[in-house]
Unconditional design. Structure first.
Length: 376
């Protein structure tokens, strides 16, 4: 289950999202010069927008144009969401977030925003190819490589949180893997500015939306329980839950509860009835280390207060695993700590052991020679 869906009659009440606005920004936006963006082809469709490949005659490069061609038939809320995505994404300048180059309206009055044209493939497509065991993909995208990709996703989300913004729709299809190792988080259409101080003049006030119509949008299997439960408070830890689901999917090559009906996924997400990633993967692929399973479980705990409080904590546990340390999430025994310490320092310990043995042999030789001298 990878598609974003709209769920009705599920109330959400974010603590900081107290502000409403129906301000239209279209009248304030610059109209596109008629000849600047030249249509090449349609790339795809996503929700309320169409994405086109166009040639920017000013810069001499191909770019992607997200446009809402039927904006006149759309409700005000759709316009606000479209423009909020454009403004929020433009505000988030980070190497792992898709850049927005321009925002405006075309000659017909349709709002648009211009993004980098992405080459490569989505993380979702990559994982499906891994599941099919395509030899070249399996060889290139080892677990080590996948964890490097995951860390870059964490970097993007941590930066967004530092700007007071939550993504709220993290999933493999919203991550692009470039041909030269680039990792970009995209589709910020459900992003929310979580704190008033995030509205620093560059973000529109529609970054604050009161969900008064009791409708939310998200992706079952990646949505946090509080995005589903009545009265749930959404904050940065909701993205941390989704990061846990992403890690789970990258390890198991299938999303949590992927084969279940939507209603069942929602119910089991709220109750936490999700199988451990190690058991899902068992017998299909390489064994998943218990440390990574523990990290997934902590990130995906039903109660937000029991999850990682910050993305940096999650990333540090991944670093701990990569460097042969015990992640905090694992609560490992002293014996495992000792075993990993020996593994990390085996060369140093061998050198020390060799030195001690040499010293012992020298001492033993000295006393032996002394004893033999006394006897003679």
């Amino acid at each position: 289950m990878s598609d974003t869906v709209e769920l009705k009659d599920w109330e959400i009440n974010p603590a900081a999202a107290r502000y409403t606005s129906t301000t239209s920004f279209i009248s304030q936006m610059a109209a596109k010069p008629q000849a600047r963006y030249k249509f090449i082809r349609t790339i795809g469709f996503g929700g309320m927008k169409t994405v086109l490949l166009v040639f920017d005659s000013d810069t001499g490069r191909e770019v992607a144009m997200a446009i809402m061609p039927d904006f006149k038939e759309r409700p005000q809320s759709d316009l606000e969401r479209f423009l909020r995505e454009a403004k929020l994404t433009a505000h988030l300048e980070h190497p792992n977030i898709v850049p927005v180059h321009d925002i405006g309206v075309d000659s017909s009055g349709s709002p648009y925003f211009i993004m980098k044209f992405l080459h490569g493939q989505s993380l979702g497509s990559l994982l499906r190819r891994l599941k099919k065991k395509e030899p070249a993909i399996v060889e290139e995208f080892t677990m080590k490589r996948l964890l490097q990709i995951f860390i870059r996703i964490c970097n993007a989300i941590e930066f967004a949180h530092s700007q007071g913004i939550c993504h709220l729709d993290l999933k493999p299809e919203n991550v692009n893997i470039g041909e030269f190792g680039e990792v970009l988080v995209l589709d910020w259409g459900l992003a929310r500015a979580m704190h008033p101080e995030a509205a620093d003049g560059t973000l529109p006030p529609i970054g604050f939306v009161e969900m008064s119509d009791k409708r939310i949008k998200g992706t079952p299997g990646f949505m946090a329980p509080e995005q589903i439960k009545p009265g749930g408070v959404v904050d940065e830890r909701s993205d941390i839950y989704a990061l846990g689901c992403l890690l789970y999917t990258m390890l198991a090559l299938s999303s949590p509860l992927s084969d279940n009906p939507v209603d069942d996924i929602l119910m089991r997400t709220v109750t936490g009835d999700i199988p451990d990633v190690e058991s899902v993967n068992k017998g299909k692929h390489d064994d998943i280390p218990s440390a990574l399973g523990a990290i997934c479980r902590k990130a995906m705990t039903v109660e937000p207060r029991e999850r990682y409080h910050r993305v940096s904590e999650l990333r540090e546990d991944i670093f701990a695993f990569q460097t042969g340390h015990v992640p905090k999430a694992e609560n490992a025994s002293p014996l495992k700590h000792a075993g990993l310490f020996i593994s990390r320092n085996v060369l140093i310990l061998l050198v020390i052991a060799t030195l001690l043995l040499s010293i012992a042999l020298l001492v033993l030789g000295y006393h032996y020679n002394k004893l033999v001298g006394e006897i003679l």
